[in-house]
Design a protein around this ligand. Structure first.
Ligand code: TYM
Length: 337
């Protein structure tokens, strides 16, 4: 039996990048594996949210984010557990223990910290410590697989290193999550997922990019999303082909088309290779994305707060039991108990 676990912060409305890189993969994996008896843990890392500004009300955003999973098609059964990080105090406690396992050097090398602190006169300690809390989120539940987008893979490697170091010193307490290669294979892709910015396709699509047309938000109307796709940056090479190095814009559109329809990328590339009218490809991708959004938004409307709160009540009871057990094992190993 394996444990599959993931979380998405609820700082704002999510982007299509979050949806295709993290939300949809966990939903597909959960629907496949929870039936076979594997554990699926989906949580909102709300303690991670407060490292930066939250747009709107965090508690309300949390409920909305959980509704996203349901609207994306998540099937609930007794093996699917939904919870809020802040309601399981063991996360913060294990984070402290892992702080005493991690080194300043390895934490300083984390790309996300470097990007978020670069050029700033001051930066809160939470931004620096973020990956240790994330490691605690994963290790408390003995997770084997952690479906994530590309930007987060470095944190899985750190989690593995911390767990190995702790185990080496104090005994076999933590299950080591699978390595990057196995994680990617498990997600059924050839490389970690990275949806690009529509205006500047060298960069990843990100909610923090202020340019409206650079990103598709999950609350964009289908028409608005279609317009953004139609105005996406491409190139002047004149025939469709796939290569993120030389033609990132057109490649990103092919990539989105494949992810939205759950079709192998090679199949989509084969279909479009050589097409000289980029507009035709854009129209197809615009139709796929707007179709996805209209189905998603219609389902979202029908999910009530009560439904989510009921899942949280059950999920948080379960999460506290599992997490406290693992925390106690670690505390015993350290002679804190
Ligand atoms: P967050 O909220 O920053 O990111 C949420 C997820 O969305 C993915 N993502 C993308 N994937 C593909 N293309 C993009 N353009 C894109 N933009 C974002 C991210 O890779 C991520 O999977 N640190 C986590 C939250 C977390 C967590 C955990 C996850 C905290 N503890 C434990 C798993 C396990 C994060 O990045 O959230």
């Amino acid at each position: 039996m394996k444990t599959i676990l993931t979380g998405i912060r609820a700082n704002s409305v999510l982007t299509l990048g979050n949806y295709l890189g993290a939300l949809l993969p966990i939903v597909r994996l959960s629907n496949k594996y929870s039936r076979e008896g594997d554990n699926i843990n989906i949580f909102v890392p709300d303690l991670h949210s407060i490292i930066s500004e939250v747009e709107g009300d965090l508690a309300e955003n949390t409920i909305r984010t959980l509704k996203y999973y349901l609207a994306a098609g998540l099937i609930i059964n007794e093996n699917v557990h939904i919870y809020r990080q802040s309601r399981v105090p063991a996360h913060a406690e294990l984070c402290w223990i892992l702080n005493c396992t991690a080194t300043m050097g390895e934490m300083s090398r984390m790309t996300q910290y470097k990007e978020k602190s670069e050029g700033k006169a001051s930066c809160n300690v939470g931004i620096f410590d973020y990956p240790a809390l994330m490691a605690a989120d994963i290790l408390l539940y003995s997770a084997n697989y952690v479906p994530l987008g590309e930007d987060q893979f470095q944190h899985i490697e750190l989690t593995r290193n911390l767990a190995e170091r702790f185990n080496h010193k104090y005994g076999e307490i933590f299950v080591i999550p699978e390595d990057t290669k196995a994680q990617v294979e498990f997600m059924g892709v050839s490389k970690p997922i990275r949806v690009r910015d529509l205006v500047n396709p060298e960069k990843k699509m990100s909610k923090s990019n202020l340019a409206e047309n650079s990103k598709i938000m999950l609350d964009d109307t289908p028409e608005k999303a279609a317009k953004k796709i139609m105005s996406a940056t491409t190139d002047s090479l004149g025939a469709v082909d796939f290569d993120f190095e030389t033609r990132p814009g057109i490649s990103n559109l092919l990539y989105i088309e494949a992810l939205v329809n759950d079709t192998p990328l090679e199949t989509v590339v084969e279909k479009w290779r050589g097409e000289s009218k980029y507009g035709e490809l854009k129209k197809q991708v615009a139709a796929s994305v707007s179709g996805l959004l209209s189905d998603f938004q219609a389902r979202l409307e029908r999910i009530s707060d009560a439904e989510v709160l009921d899942l949280l009540e059950k999920g948080e009871k379960y999460a506290n039991e599992v997490a406290n057990k693992k925390l106690h094992e670690a505390q015993k190993a350290l002679h804190l108990r």
